[in-house]
Design a protein around this ligand. Structure first.
Ligand code: DGL
Length: 270
């Protein structure tokens, strides 16, 4: 199975695209809802939580785990890949979502000025800036942390006027840094759950870069190049949902978002 991990509900936006573009595989989704949000937590905490989740997904039979979380990709991925994987299972793989997003960024901007909206953890890590500058030195990157957005999503308050208020506040802070930004990465997998609000506030002039579709295409490409991994993945089109918090709440929100019934199991990952 392919493991898909996020601190909470945000990773469902990535899972949804996997199910559309790669429906033949079996998936295990794990949301650490009990400990979300990760965005304001220290490097060490995000690393420890993510490592626990990765080990759990390996133990559930996932040789490949996607960190469907920008914060975990920014703060934990490299250490897990470079230090931990060898001791846990050198044949298994853990992939993140920042690099594949950065790889295609050049297709979305004419002004060569792009914006990143993300958690404080993602923004302060500088990961997007580093990755984009390696690949597109001509592109200027501006960032804005949006600490109130993940709590709104995790609490099911996406239609609350507070969501409009904070999306307006953070996007105008970003655009104040550079009014020529013509493309924005919603660099947190929770934010597409507020996509209507973003579109309403930003209008047509700014392209919202679809990270979920980009990541799904990138996984497809990875599996076509890594037959040894593809061979290890079962293909019966099933999805198993795991949460570290209340499964009833998870089922309701996940069903609403995915448009189908969801039956999750509550697990402990530490
Ligand atoms: N959805 C996550 C991300 O992409 C994490 C949000 C959080 O837990 O703060 O960054």
């Amino acid at each position: 199975m392919i493991g898909v991990f996020d601190s909470g509900f945000g990773g469902l936006t990535i899972l949804k695209s996997f199910l559309e573009k790669l429906p033949q595989y079996d998936y295990v989704f794990l949301g650490d809802n009990a400990r979300a949000p990760y965005g304001g937590r220290s490097f060490e905490t995000v690393y420890q939580y993510t490592l626990q989740a990765v080990k759990k997904l390996f133990s559930f039979g996932c040789p490949l785990v996607i960190l469907a979380c920008n914060t975990a990709s920014a703060k934990a991925l490299r250490t897990i890949q470079q230090n931990d994987l060898e001791n846990i299972n050198p044949q298994n793989r853990v992939l993140g979502i920042i690099r594949p997003t950065a790889e295609v960024i050049g297709n979305y901007t004419k002004t060569q000025k792009i914006g990143i909206l993300g958690t404080a953890g993602t923004v302060n890590s500088g990961s997007y800036i580093l990755e984009i500058q390696k690949l597109y030195p001509e592109i200027k990157v501006f960032q804005q942390a949006c600490p109130m957005l993940v709590p709104l999503v995790e609490n099911g308050e996406t239609n609350n006027p507070a969501a409009d208020y904070f999306v307006e506040k953070y996007t105008s802070q970003l655009l104040k840094q550079c009014p020529e930004i013509d493309a924005i990465i919603l660099g947190c997998t929770h934010y597409p759950l507020l996509i209507k609000t973003f579109k309403k506030i930003l209008g047509e002039k700014i392209t919202l870069i679809p990270q979920n579709e980009i990541v799904a295409e990138s996984l497809k490409d990875y599996l076509s190049r890594h037959k040894e991994m593809d061979f290890r993945l079962t293909k019966k089109s099933t999805v198993r949902f795991l949460t570290t918090d209340d499964s009833k709440v998870f089922d309701e929100r996940a069903a609403f978002f995915l448009g189908k019934n969801v039956k999750s199991e509550t697990i402990e990952i530490f």
